[in-house]
Ligand binder design. Structure first.
Ligand code: HEM
Length: 272
């Protein structure tokens, strides 16, 4: 121990680096091109994936809490999700410091690797209820991962469990929705629209469901902001070139912006 009371002898204690497995984390930034700016490119992806890990941890537990009608617990987690989302939205500002010329120096080293293959991004989309059949094929190379994704693909998303919570609270919900095929992306339903309208028309009577709805809107809003900033940053860096993952690039990313996860929660605003 030093005279300031700080421990310096760790022969018998776990250190900060050991606890955080920094030996693994900080040796995982291998620049394939050796180019200076590739470090930014790797770190920004890894940081985003770490935040996605926390988003999934919170979202999946929130889904379980909503199923148990433990809404205050879910609100805490959902509030954290939106705060994390603001971090990954702001991360685009850092990436935007990379110019097209700098990116072109190492883009070829990426081969066909692309964020399109980010399985955590897909798990988040599944938890938000967006299921596209062709996506699972990407992960066939890794059977364990493929199993995890397939299970999540067939599981109810956060909006499905919220609709079930509406039904338990006494709203008249189309019974087919309460045990539907969750592998199909939710398309909207008049009974759900009507239930949310009643919630928003008398928020004092339905305060918890109203809070739940607004937390979901926060998350969708942030998710769309993230997608928009990704699309604009990509346009800024590669223009309209095709992506390394094989898509049309910016045009593909623009199309993805059109999907709404919780359609009735957006439509209800017009009706009020
Ligand atoms: C120079 C930086 C970047 C460029 C040029 C870029 C480009 C693209 C392109 C063109 C796509 C469409 C698929 C394809 O054809 O590859 C894509 C998808 C994607 N990228 Fe990026 N990206 C960049 C940075 C990032 C970062 C930092 C992340 C954070 C994890 C990320 C996550 C994703 C995700 C999740 C998708 C799938 C989107 C979807 O299918 O809806 N990208 N990217």
């Amino acid at each position: 121990m030093t005279e300031k009371g700080i421990h310096t002898d760790f022969k018998d204690n776990m250190t900060y680096g050991e606890y955080l497995r920094l030996d693994k984390v900080l040796t995982s930034q291998e620049r394939l091109s050796g180019h200076h700016d590739e470090m930014l490119f790797i770190v920004i992806h890894q940081v985003s994936e770490l935040w996605m890990k926390l988003i999934l941890h919170e979202l999946n537990t929130a889904i379980e809490s909503i199923e148990r009608d433990e809404l205050p617990e879910a609100f805490k987690m959902l509030a954290r999700v939106s705060r994390v989302q603001t971090q990954i939205i702001q991360a685009w500002d850092v990436l935007a410091t990379m110019t097209p010329a700098e990116y072109m120096e190492f883009r070829d080293s990426l081969g066909r690797a692309s964020g399109f293959q980010s399985y955590q991004n897909r798990l988040i989309e599944f938890a938000l209820g967006y299921k596209q059949p062709h996506i699972l094929k990407i992960y066939e190379k890794d059977p364990e991962l493929a199993r995890e994704l397939t299970a999540a693909y067939h599981a109810p998303g956060i909006y499905d469990v919220s609709i079930r919570a509406l039904a338990r609270a006494g709203f008249s919900i189309n019974p087919e929705l309460l045990d539907r095929d969750y592998a199909v992306t939710y398309q909207g339903d008049a009974t759900v629209a009507d239930a949310w309208l009643q919630v928003y028309q008398d928020v004092d009577a339905h305060w918890d469901l109203y809070q739940l709805a607004e937390k979901l809107v926060d998350i969708e809003d942030c998710h769309q902001q993230w997608r928009f900033r990704h699309m604009k940053t990509v346009e800024r860096i590669i223009g309209f070139k095709p992506g390394t993952g094989g898509s049309s690039g910016v045009s593909y990313l623009k199309q993805m912006l059109e999907h709404q996860f919780f359609p009735e929660l957006w439509n209800v605003r017009t009706k009020l």
